[in-house]
Design a protein around this ligand. Sequence first.
Ligand code: GTP
Length: 721
Amino acid sequence: MAWRELTKRGVRTGLTRALTSVKPRLAGQSKFSLGLDDAPTSLRCISEFPFSLVLWGLADLKVRAVLPLTRCFHATPELWAKRANELVHEKNSHTKAPRKGKFVKRVRTEPPVEAPYVPPKLKRTNTDKTIDIFEGMTIIELAKRAGESIPVLQEILVNVGEKVESEFDPLSIDIAELVAMEVGINVRRLHSNEGAEVLPRPAVVTVMGHVDHGKTSLLDALRQTSVAAKEAGGITQHLGAFIVGMPSGASITFLDTPGHAAFSAMRARGAAVTDIVVLVVAADDGVMPQTLEAVSHAKAANVPIVVAVNKCDKPAADPERVKLQLASEGLLLEEMGGDVQVVEVSAVKKTGLDILEEALLLQAEMMDLKARIDGPAQAYVVEARLDRGRGPLATAIVKAGTLVCGQHVVVGSEWGRIRAVRDVVGKLTEKATPAMPIEIEGLKGLPMAGDDIIVVDSEERARMLSEGRKKKFEKNRLRKISEGATDSLEPSDELSRRIEMPMIVKADVQGTVQAVTDALKTLNSPQVFVNVVHVGVGPISQSDVELAKACGAYIVGFNVKSPSSSISMAATQASVKIVQHRVIYHLLEEIGSLIVDKAPGTSETQVSGEAEVLNIFELKGRSKSKGDDVKIAGCRVIDGCVSKSSTLRLLRSGEVVFEGSCSSLKREKQDVETVRKGNECGLVIGDWDDLRIGDIIQCLEQVVRKPKFISSESGAVRIEC
Ligand SMILES: Nc1nc2c(ncn2[C@@H]2O[C@H](COP(=O)(O)OP(=O)(O)OP(=O)(O)O)[C@@H](O)[C@H]2O)c(=O)[nH]1
């Protein structure tokens, strides 16, 4: 039974009341309040279970027991039905304390205090009124449409266990419906596919795989263009999207996600909007670390994989080995009885491409990909960049509905009115339908890759939502800073000695800014802390130099134009170092070596030599200081080299008995500075004369160990101390 349908039967009202009445009694019982808070979300997920009886039971019991709704996911319909019967039975038999069942726990053992449901002051005359609701609307918007006051709706939200920090917070469409229902208003869900015409849509495909396994070449081969050649350093630098038309007339939307480790954050976002992942594995190289990483991303996002075994033209190609490797990593390949299709291709020789396309279309067909065409669009930002002439530009994929030029949108915490929509070839278009990659122009600020695009009615609403979201982000940011400050109140000794390297990151597009920032953070070590103080899209500017000067930061430019001579000169004068690259691992290498240079290193005590005491000689009255006898250890150096200037450590039966300096080191009556392994010597330890045959004398030296910059074959980098 669907949650929506319950409205008609009044069940949801019952549940809301039940939850509301039980809430005061749950104070301090986190387990139960958790279930309560989760209720609206959980309810969406259990729609296939016959739980209405349970809900009725809860409502009618007024409620001395509460179902931990989070556990609904694990319940079978039979269990639900059984438990529902139990609840009804308990109610009918007037049992004061319900039995402890698998899903029900008693809230308190003393006679229950009736906690009658006290509804907020509601107009309950609205039953014929219907309002449009949609994902992401604010409580202000809902209040306006419902003709209710904001505090009344806020009270309902609190009562249903929904945490809403501000009236600008977007509500989920389900919560909006729940609140509307409480004030007795019918709703029409604008983002729902129900009632709207749903049509098949092209699949959105992401190509993933290990570095250099041929992702870009494969996409190029598919679209008959050559991007790889144009790309700096031969690696894909940022997320793009394009449509590949198939001979059959069908089309597939590809997200061109890059494969380098530094971009894994962007790749994760790519997977979130994607329907299918093409996992590219080079037939000669086989499964590599990033191949497995890609599999994990796809699995985490619950996205099916189609494997493209590439470079099959190479003499060393061994597709069968690749298949076995993949199978051993848990991919259930079709030819081994699973459902993952594997296609052998060569991006260079352009073989197997038609079979790959067919495999993708087949996969898409099996998934029965459909989307609502009409109504407001739901879309995601894939990439964003700043264009000098056109301002902020966002590449987006429409997931449902139609995005129309001129609409007001909220994108993450930015807003704007869509001034222009361009398709993949840069042609202006009036609207964009599902799975269509587009570039939109007209936003007031630069959104982040992964942001959702919400279409709103008016500029006022767009502005309001954007402001609300910005405030929330700022609040979260400040909270994080204050949490960080609290964390750093008691830093460990090692961390408190960390040297800070402030950095300003400038890159061509938003996704890259973040990828570079994330990559730089991987270089943090116990000795050096990379502190990204400012990030931005676009070329390095005068103000970047001024900021860098003020906080002693390095400026890191990635994929941006070289700064003008006046900016370079200003940077030189201000002793601001600018590090600029177009290939991520070159950038990381340079920053890594700067970190290594700057790191103080760790001081370590090393045993540089070891001597065994073979004899003990006593010289009467020879001590310079005291006039006492002196004991000389007649030793043989058994390891390394013993030197007079070193600190000595005396070991007896493996235990340290003394540590001090050497006051005399002689070899055949000659004073010497060092004695090497295999030679004999006479050694006097200052202030220590308790010597025994068999004692071991170690020479200690302090060495400073500098961290090392390590770059693995997979492209991952780190600083090892
Ligand atoms: N022989 C052969 N070489 C290929 C094939 N596909 C790609 N290559 C070569 O492999 C190298 C890497 O190809 P790219 O397409 O840049 O690989 P990528 O996976 O996109 O690399 P990143 O973007 O760096 O992750 C290039 O030199 C290609 O020419 C193929 O099918 N056969």
